[in-house]
Write a protein that binds this ligand. Structure first.
Ligand SMILES: [Mn+2]
Length: 377
């Protein structure tokens, strides 16, 4: 199945600046191995952005305008049998991508991988940052002002699942409960494992639906590994846990109809750590989508998630970063992956960004004594 990369460069949903330049950076990183279609939207630089914390409806009009354009473009591409991968931007842009899929497929579920619930309304928001409202908007829980451009179904909250939450406002918790959204916390993932949680998430999201939209917010990862987000939350996922969640998305790819990767903020990143993780997540999804046929079916013999080691070579002066992609390899078994996560506490931090991914080897190359070793940024 063909993909379309949709750059959604907006940071109007949050008072912190920087997420608007994320998509251009990631898009440039992907250039050397992604040859498919791409379209990009960047917020109008003449917008006088509101960052005033007492403004309860910050940049509402401009966000709507931006999302309306993305919604139309994505819908057109889905109708043309493409699988949209949206690169944010703050999370408010997911209103456009999720609802475009809801319009096309009429009845879908949603998996929202995020440290936050994004389930506030204009009445309950504490910050007035609209990136805290999209999941409520998408599931039809108030916030109709943010989806005026959408004339299809909203997603049934009973088919909505938050994965990785650890920072929910009290009123937001009530909203989630009242609406009937399932929430799996970061702690649930630590206790039960990403595979068990994602199996449950897909079961809920795909129950009596025709597809699942997946929205991956990088802030689900701990800021020590992924500092390049606008609203970091401590005690988050490790890189391995985040990649495992993505691997589970790939495992269920037959049901997945669209995917977002949001909240990459280059201005907050350190040593390009977050960028490395982001392009690896996207690379994995691109390769998985390529295996879907135009009816969305996947060749079961190829269903296993492939792990790519995408390495950014730090640019010399003004040069664009070069991205290297290493051929597909098999993922380590969970036991090996656990061993990996237990080891690297003392791993020195290299001065230059290097491969972030859990290194994996072709079976024929495995040495009897070989242990996966994790290179940390
Ligand atoms: Mn979010």
């Amino acid at each position: 199945m063909k993909t379309i990369i949709v750059g959604a460069g907006s940071d109007l949903g949050v008072h912190i600046d920087g997420a608007h330049i994320g998509p251009a950076q990631l898009s440039s990183d992907l250039q050397s191995f992604y040859k498919g279609d791409r379209i990009s939207f960047v917020q109008d630089e003449n917008i006088l952005k509101s960052r005033n914390l007492s403004d309860r409806r910050k940049n509402e009009y401009d966000i709507d305008k931006f999302n309306s354009a993305i919604y139309k473009a994505i819908l057109e591409n889905i109708n043309n049998d493409a699988f949209p991968i949206l690169l944010g931007g703050d999370h408010s842009v997911a209103v456009a991508s999720a609802l475009a899929s809801a319009k096309k497929y009429t009845d879908i579920g949603i998996i929202w991988i995020d440290a936050h619930g994004d389930y506030n309304t204009f009445d309950t928001t504490i910050t007035g940052n609209i990136h805290g409202l999209p999941l409520a908007t998408i599931t039809g829980y108030k916030n109709h002002e943010l989806r005026y451009f959408h004339d299809g179904n909203t997603i049934n909250p009973e088919n909505a699942v938050v994965v990785g939450a650890r920072s929910l406002d009290p009123a937001e918790k009530d909203n989630l409960k009242y609406a009937g959204v399932t929430v799996f916390t970061t702690e649930d993932i630590k206790e039960q494992g990403a595979e068990a949680i994602m199996n449950k998430a897909f079961e809920i999201a795909s129950k009596k639906t025709k597809g699942v939209h997946v929205s991956f917010d990088l802030d689900v990862i701990d800021p020590s590994f992924a500092p390049g987000v606008s609203v970091p939350e401590f005690d988050g996922l490790t890189i391995e846990e985040a990649m495992e969640i993505n691997k589970q998305v790939v495992k269920h790819m037959e049901k997945v109809v669209s995917y977002d990767l949001v909240e990459y903020n280059p201005l907050r990143d350190l040593e390009r750590k977050t960028e490395q993780i982001a392009i690896n997540l996207v690379a994995q999804i691109i390769k998985a989508v390529e295996k879907k046929d135009k009816y969305g079916k996947i060749d079961l013999t190829q269903q296993q998630a492939e792990q790519y080691k995408v390495k950014i070579v730090p640019p010399k002066d003004e040069q664009q970063p070069e991205v290297k992609i290493v051929p597909p390899t098999e993922l380590p078994q969970p036991t090996e992956a656990q061993q990996v996560t237990e080891q690297p506490a003392e791993t020195p931090v290299p001065t230059q960004p290097q491969v972030i991914e859990t290194p994996v080897q072709q079976p024929q190359q495995v040495q009897p004594t070989a242990q996966p070793e994790l290179q940390r940024l």
